[in-house]
Design a protein around this ligand. Structure first.
Ligand SMILES: [Zn+2]
Length: 230
């Protein structure tokens, strides 16, 4: 009995991972209807783990279950994006406070490596993906450096919503002018440098200012992109 339970749990976890990736990688688009039986068939599993995985994703806000209507990939409003970024700023400032005294030299070294990676030119889908990964790794490292597991969990949940927002903003996107993108990357670069420099200098007010500026700018950039697409 114990063994069967574990097996079923693993199936749910695998379906969960699979669906989550599919949503975050735009295979399923915001607002798209999800069919449990179709997903089960495509993944070669029974309906139960798919239903469990969908419940889990719904509790994280990535999926919306509408009674008598169906199951959909979550969509976001402009207000949602606004609110989510405000919470993110608060969490990253709290993390800065906690991380300041306890961050290890090895983590500082990792941050510097990520800054190096972020300086590489973005010229293709592939380099853009690497850039985005390094960006989110940098922020996650700062959060984890706070050494508060609850904070990390909440942050990760929040991040999933922001990813949905990004997907939304880029949806029917003609690529934005190259000049504008280069400008955004340059701003982002100096903001990241400033955050890490403030951390190394153990200067908390400076770091909070840098975090607020960086995420505040990312927020208006995303909200503007969202407005132009919706
Ligand atoms: Zn960043």
């Amino acid at each position: 009995m114990k063994l069967r339970r574990l097996t079923r749990k693993r199936a749910t976890d695998e379906v969960y991972e699979n669906l989550r990736d599919a949503i975050l990688n735009r295979l399923f688009k915001p607002g798209e209807r999800l069919h449990v039986d179709e997903i089960a068939e495509r993944l070669g599993v029974s309906l139960t783990p798919v239903r469990h995985a969908i419940q889990q994703l719904a509790s994280e806000g990535l999926i919306e279950i509408k009674p008598r209507s169906g199951t959909f990939v979550a969509t976001l409003s402009l207000d949602d994006i606004d609110a989510t970024f405000d919470v993110r700023i608060a969490l990253e400032c709290l993390a800065a406070e906690k991380a300041m005294d306890r961050i290890r030299p090895a983590d500082v070294h990792k941050l510097e490596e990520l800054l190096k990676q972020l300086r590489k030119p973005v010229t293709s889908e592939e380099t853009l993906r690497k850039h985005e990964k390094a960006n989110s790794d940098l922020h996650l490292l700062l959060i984890e450096a706070a050494g508060n597991r609850r904070l990390t969990e909440i942050y990760k949940g929040l991040n999933a919503h922001l990813t949905i927002a990004r997907i939304h903003a880029a949806e029917h996107n003609d690529p934005r002018p190259a000049k504008e993108i280069a400008k955004r990357f340059a701003a982002e670069q100096s903001e990241h440098d400033e955050i890490v420099a403030a951390l190394k200098a153990r200067d908390l007010p400076r770091m909070k200012t840098a975090v607020e500026k960086h995420i505040g700018r990312a927020k208006s950039s995303l909200m503007n992109a969202w407005k132009s697409q919706n």
